[in-house]
Design a protein around this ligand. Structure first.
Ligand SMILES: C[S@@+](CC[C@H](N)C(=O)[O-])C[C@H]1O[C@@H](n2cnc3c(N)ncnc32)[C@H](O)[C@@H]1O
Length: 245
């Protein structure tokens, strides 16, 4: 299974302006600092403080788009390597050319691939899994998010970080009515409200028997966030857009 074809066409159309901080992906740009803070605070100083930790982690970034998060992660001292995968060739081409702007990003690679086709993806011949798997703003574009989550979790040995959009009226108004039709930030049809996933559903996917058959996974942190025009992204503690092991 791939992402929905119409939605994918919208991502292809957004590719050229992906790295413009004032362009259609500006909300993702603003979200990037917040999600890096979330990842760093969840990992904690035993991993993120260079005075406490010198070992490095491998990362698989699923649905990496133009590479906003992949690049940020690849620059962290605690990250050994990042593999970004995405199903849209146009955004991956942008990710590959933007990476060349920073010659230090030799630890970052991209591959054209769907999350549903992760079987043969390995960190190395000896190690089939990655220390961290990330999947931000991808689940809400998939036909079978539960299966995608299962596959993503099967590729992680330690953490899965992800975000998605709650199926609430507030999310409909902000992401579809305003974002697509009133403010025209992204093309109409980029999102499908019925595919949005509530925090409780996400939690049940992670903990449910179909995904978590050996009960090795737990939800460590679940946090909500909302974008307020004029203020930016604000995090709050109940309800979610985030889930980790
Ligand atoms: C909203 S963008 C998020 C990009 C990036 N994760 C970020 O947050 O900066 C969603 C991305 O998911 C990708 N995508 C959709 N379906 C996918 C699939 N089945 N496998 C891999 N990537 C997919 C799209 O091509 C698009 O680049």
């Amino acid at each position: 299974m791939q992402g929905n074809k119409t939605e994918m066409a919208h991502f292809a159309a957004l590719a050229k302006s992906w790295w413009n901080p004032r362009g259609p992906q500006r909300i993702l740009h603003k979200m990037n600092n917040m999600r890096m803070d979330f990842i760093n605070s969840t990992l904690g100083p035993s991993i993120t403080d260079p005075n406490q930790n010198t070992s490095k982690l491998t990362v698989l970034d699923i649905g990496c788009g133009g590479g906003l998060l992949s690049e940020s992660l690849a620059r962290r001292h605690y990250v050994q390597s990042v593999l970004g995968i995405d199903v849209t060739p146009e955004v991956l081409a942008v990710a590959n050319s933007h990476k060349l702007v920073d010659p230090k990003l030799t630890n970052l690679k991209y591959e054209l691939r769907s999350v549903m086709d992760l079987e043969s993806v390995k960190q190395s011949a000896e190690k089939p899994t990655f220390d961290i798997v990330t999947m931000f703003e991808v689940l809400e574009h998939l036909d079978d998010p539960k299966e995608a989550l299962k596959l993503a979790m099967s590729k992680s040995s330690q953490y899965v970080f992800l975000s998605t959009i709650n199926r609430t009226l507030a999310a409909y108004i902000s992401t579809i009515a305003l974002g697509e039709y009133v403010l025209n930030i992204v093309p109409p049809g980029t999102h499908t409200w019925s595919k949005y996933i509530n925090a409780t559903e996400l939690e049940s996917y992670v903990l449910g028997s179909g995904v978590n058959s050996e009960s090795i996974w737990d939800v460590e942190k679940l946090q909500g966030c909302i974008y307020l025009p004029g203020t930016g992204w604000v995090r709050f503690d109940d309800q979610s857009n985030y889930s980790t092991k």
